[in-house]
Write a protein that binds this ligand. Structure first.
Ligand code: HEC
Length: 122
């Protein structure tokens, strides 16, 4: 009984820290790397890349106003913080032959910040 309670506490702390780790303001600055292709916010639409509203929890290739690669459409990924983290580090390893022309981000901190920024847009 007590063990279970401790485990639950530990898990909820871990969850809290995962969120607290990212900095929204720094994430907004980091989004400059993405903003030439991606939009977020109320009027966001697909341009050079798909709009990213509600990206955490969204299936890959799901927006209707953007033409995805077959690779992305067939990836069967549902974007989670973990899969986004992996994709942003190395897009071509996670979805080979996708058409996002982006080298990837090596800095974990910056990815946390970006995820914190993106999760504001539901
Ligand atoms: C040069 C343009 C470009 C840049 C820069 C870029 N992307 Fe992309 N992104 C794309 C394109 C194009 C796709 C669609 C890929 C496909 O269909 O294969 C995409 C796809 C994605 C997806 C999957 C979306 C979905 O609906 O499944 C995510 C998430 C994403 N990008 C996040 C980012 C983030 C975060 C950044 C900045 C760190 C970034 N991208 C930088 C062009 C870009």
């Amino acid at each position: 009984m007590q063990k279970k309670l401790l485990l639950a506490l530990a898990l909820s702390c871990a969850g809290y820290q995962a969120h607290a780790a990212g900095d929204v303001i720094a994430g907004k600055a980091a989004f400059a790397k993405c903003a030439s292709c991606h939009q977020v916010g109320r009027s966001a639409r697909g341009v050079f890349g798909p709009q990213l509203n509600g990206i955490v929890g969204r299936p890959a290739g799901a927006t209707k106003d953007f033409k995805y690669s077959a690779a992305m459409m067939n990836s069967r990924i549902v974007w989670s913080e973990a899969s986004l983290r992996a994709f942003l580090k190395s897009p071509n390893d996670v979805v080979p032959e996708n058409k996002m022309r982006f080298f990837g981000i090596g800095n974990d901190r910056q990815i946390d910040d970006l995820l914190a920024y993106l999760s504001q847009y539901k």
